[in-house]
Design a protein. Structure first.
Length: 506
């Protein structure tokens, strides 16, 4: 029987020479393909030794490291479900994810072990391990005692491989369930579409708790048997230093904006590069053009989301058009729908809906929510608004979901407003996204005090910092007397966006 385990496909692409370099880190470490094979086997055997139930979730909130990547691969290998969590999440956010996902194993940084294990124990999860980015922690101590041989677990294409939490427009985060088949189909399509070649070397500079860094970048390199230059954190100068040794780079638009500020970024430093990929947020046409002028390379912009992995891409051969996200990938069907559920012709703006082998299995334990997001004929409503131009290129022109994308991270205003509204003296608040030269977009909070209360915007921001992931904190907070409303009494966020749009003008 064919094994649809994603790890089996990645493992099959390892080069014949297992002693060749698979990963080189920014602190001078080298990992061979054999190291990846053995390390993932030991970690998989550790998970197996815990006698976890089928479909067990392995929740992981750790700093970026090659061992953390191996833990992801080991989870696939052993047939469990990986649940990556942003390191910026604080205790209330972690408590929600752990309560909602009910993981059988929790892995965290040593410095957070006290509070994370407390949350885990309260939820009945007793397998809590530590893992730090200097190859230490109880996870590795335990794995060191396990065999380095492990037979990849047999999986069906629809078996769950990962749950990615994405914030909800209302209420709490939803866990998008991705299967082995979802991710394998996407990885195979991108390998061909982006023409991965023998000898390609990827600079991996993104975090590994979201689709872009964890799936697009890691699967891309591994399924091509390609070496990764592994940066623990995005550092523009280090990326420029490494460019001459690399052929592929992937980043959110903020990474490109920051790289352009490096004088060392030249045609000469990019001489061996083959492909620059951007996505996760809109790439400004100014950045697209400045990159072309400075490096001689045309950034390839693509579009995707946690629920679907990659959906569209500009062509590898053929014109890459700035301000567009290219064409639906092979196997993906994409349509633009009008208000009455009709499919719109080229040039008209509507809701983007998609279908394909990459589209997720639904939201974790939210069948109703899942149902709402799919049409009767099986298309997933992305919540993005766009159009297809006369040449077939797809443009994302906005979002129907109330979402801010800041430096490639999603921030849901409703979540932040909820925290602000719970603060003493606050009558009401609105959080909107405004343009920002570095992060593309950032949140701004506009708050109304209760009669008789006095509020201070900076104090509100300071209070938010105590409870929320740092990237979600509005960059400014204004206390005003009233919010603009329509005749129905609904806050007109478009007017607020307009009013504050020049706040961070470059
Ligand atoms: C950091 N800060 C941010 C921020 N990142 N503020 C808004 N938005 C962000 N994204 C703030 C911190 O709160 C802090 O503020 C200050 O910046 C410095 O923090 P830092 O951690 O030192 O920041 P830095 O390392 O410079 O991080 C910036 C970044 C990072 C751009 C490198 O945000 C990043 O790696 N973004 C990539 C996200 C990503 O991978 N997205 C893919 C999602 S997948 P203070 O006030 O505390 O000093 C997806 C699907 C798809 O969307 O299609 O790919
Ligand atoms: P996430 O939930 O983090 O996976 O974010 C997915 C969202 O990011 C999509 O629904 C889009 O709104 C946005 N996105 C991803 N890629 C692009 C892109 N190239 N251009 C514009 N928006 C994008």
């Amino acid at each position: 029987m064919k094994n649809n385990n994603l790890f089996a496909a990645l493992r099959a692409a390892f080069p014949d020479d297992l002693d060749a370099s698979a990963v080189e880190t920014d602190n001078g470490l080298f990992y061979s393909w054999r190291d990846l094979e053995r390390g993932t086997a030991m970690l998989a055997n550790l998970l197996v030794s815990l006698q976890l139930p089928a479909g067990a979730r392995i929740a992981v909130q750790v700093e970026k490291s090659v061992e953390a990547m191996m833990l992801y691969l080991a989870t696939l290998r052993a047939g469990y479900v990986f649940l990556p969590l942003n390191t910026a999440y604080q205790s209330a956010e972690m408590a929600y994810f752990i309560a909602n996902a009910e993981p059988s194993v929790v892995v965290c940084s040593r410095k957070n072990f006290g509070w994370v294990s407390k949350i885990a124990f309260q939820q009945g999860t007793y397998n809590v391990f530590s893992l730090d980015d200097n190859r230490s922690g109880s996870l590795l101590d335990r794995a060191a005692q396990c065999s380095d041989r492990h037979e990849v677990v047999q999986c069906k294409a629809e078996d769950l491989a990962a749950i990615l939490y994405t914030s909800g427009t209302t209420g709490r985060s939803k866990g998008a369930m991705l299967s082995h088949g979802n991710m394998l189909s996407n990885a195979q399509v991108l390998k061909d579409y982006w023409a991965w070649k023998p000898g390609d070397v990827l600079i991996h500079a993104l975090p590994i708790f979201h689709v872009h860094g964890l799936f697009v970048a890691i699967h891309g390199a591994l399924i091509n048997g390609s070496k990764m230059i592994w940066l623990s954190k995005f550092d523009p100068q280090l990326v420029v230093d490494k460019l001459p040794e690399a052929t592929v780079f992937m980043g959110v638009p903020t990474l490109y904006v920051r790289l352009l500020a490096e004088l060392g970024l030249t045609r000469e430093t990019c001489r061996n590069m083959r492909l620059f990929v951007a996505g996760s947020a809109p790439l400004l046409i100014e950045t697209f053009r400045a990159w072309q002028e400075r490096t001689g390379h045309t950034i390839l912009e693509r579009y995707g989301m946690s629920e679907t992995a990659m959906l569209t891409s500009n062509p590898y051969d053929g014109e890459r058009r700035g301000g567009t996200v290219g064409f639906a990938l092979p196997g993906v069907t994409l349509r633009v729908q009008g208000d009455r559920g009709q499919t719109l012709p080229a040039g008209e703006v509507g809701g983007i809906e998609v279908k394909g082998p990459n589209v997720f299995q639904g939201y974790w334990r939210m069948p109703e929510k899942t149902k709402e997001e799919f049409t009767a004929d099986g298309y997933f409503r992305t919540g993005d608004v766009g159009k297809i131009d006369e040449r077939g290129y797809i443009h994302i022109v906005g979002r129907s979901k109330d979402l801010i994308i800041s430096g490639g991270y999603n921030v849901y205003p409703a979540e932040i407003e909820g925290y602000i509204n719970d603060m003493p003296g606050v009558a009401e608040s609105a959080v909107v996204g405004v343009p920002h030269p570095d992060f593309g977009e950032v949140g701004v909070a506009i708050v109304i005090a209760k009669p008789g209360s006095t509020l201070d915007g900076d104090a509100i921001i300071a209070a938010l910092k105590a409870g929320l992931a740092n990237f979600k904190i509005p960059k400014r907070c204004f206390v005003v007397n009233e919010l603009p409303r329509n005749t129905m009494g609904k806050v007109q966020k478009n007017l607020l966006r307009e009013q504050y749009k020049a706040l961070f003008a470059a």
